[in-house]
Design a binder for this molecule. Structure first.
Ligand code: XMP
Length: 325
């Protein structure tokens, strides 16, 4: 185990030695790994780093604003914010197969990222937030030729057609060390301890065909769920957000009948999912208190017009997966 201030100083020096006066590009997703990598590299080389943040239209509520606020405004990092939501959602129109959706979102990301990096012609390095478990996993995948049950598209895995050298300053760190480093670099606790979010984002949390209307409803429902989980506190000061490993809402494109005042509604369903797991390979559904579930359900139905029914997912993994697609 290392001492954090010493580690930061060493890591900063290593980056400086490696890149010299070259320019570096980094795909910032808002996730923990790319965020910590960005903060560390920025600490080392300042304006030689340019981050590209791609809004694919499938992000959580206010996510783009939060990333811009944290990095561009508070830390003074150069961030290019690309709103590619129309392009992503356009390409997803009519597509309902989960793997097909993942491929489109992954391909689109690479395309948009390449277009943006082509504008930064001086850049010689591509920085990625690869962490130690990713290194192990991809080494295992190569030797075992393990076929993946779901194709995972993270910000990583860009093709080498970019002709850039790879800069991966987190390659030797475990997740908890990455988080500690993030805190030491001044990133907000909320960002560093956020639940994992899949690369295809809400694209795999809207069952079947993705539409902007669905994404807008889901974002608001999901935000209410997370806000209420964060608003709880047990005797040790831990919230249900801290006690769950991943929690989110899923949009079901199914309409059911409800009542509102004297009228009848015929609206969509949202499923809540919250799991407890250490490795994400197996997971238990979280035993959230009924009053908390009730509050979340009431708020979603009252505040998100278009949703009139909320259900809670009580499936373990296996046999279910954590995501619904
Ligand atoms: P499942 O649904 O397979 O998920 O039980 C296990 C973990 O992997 C995440 N996940 C993804 N992450 N791209 C990602 O970057 C993907 O396509 C993807 N699919 C699932 C999921 O959120 C959970 O943490």
């Amino acid at each position: 185990s290392w001492n954090m201030p010493d580690y930061v100083a060493t890591a900063v020096q290593r980056i400086r030695d490696e890149v010299g006066s070259d320019e570096v590009i980094l795909g910032l997703s808002g996730g923990v790994d790319s965020s910590v990598a960005a903060a560390l590299i920025h600490r080392a080389i300042g304006d030689q780093l340019t981050c590209v943040f791609v809004d694919n239209g499938l992000l959580r509520l206010n996510e783009a604003e939060q990333v811009m606020e944290t990095f561009a405004k508070n830390l003074g990092v150069k961030v290019i914010h690309v709103d590619a939501s129309a392009k992503f959602l356009g390409d997803l129109a009519g597509v309902s197969d989960p793997e097909a959706k993942r491929k489109i979102i992954g391909r689109e990301f690479v395309e948009v990222f390449q277009q943006e990096s082509a504008k930064l012609a001086q850049a010689k390095w591509l920085a990625q937030g690869t962490i130690y478990p990713d290194v192990i996993e991809s080494a295992g995948a190569k030797t075992k030729k393990a076929h993946t049950i779901k194709s995972h598209h993270n910000v990583g895995g860009l093709p080498d057609t970019l002709k850039l050298q790879l800069l991966e300053p987190l390659r030797e760190l475990f997740k908890d060390e990455v988080r500690e480093l993030g805190v030491a670099l001044g990133l907000p606790h909320e960002m560093v301890y956020r639940h994992p979010f899949p690369g295809p984002g809400l694209g795999v949390r809207i069952l079947g065909e993705v539409k902007r209307e669905y994404a807008d409803l889901l974002r608001r429902a999901d935000h209410i769920f997370i806000e209420e989980l964060r608003n709880t506190q047990d005797a040790d000061g831990k919230s249900w957000y801290d006690k769950t490993s991943q929690a989110f809402a899923v949009f079901l494109p199914v309409k059911s009948v409800g009542v509102m005042g004297d009228g009848r509604t015929y609206d969509y369903v949202v499923a809540l999912r919250a799991v407890v797991t250490t490795d994400f390979m197996t997971a238990h559904w979280a035993e959230l208190p009924y009053d908390l579930l009730g509050k979340v359900s009431n708020r979603i139905i009252n505040e998100v017009r278009g949703i009139n029914r909320v259900v809670y997912d009580i499936s373990g993994k296996p046999p279910a997966t954590i995501e619904w697609e």
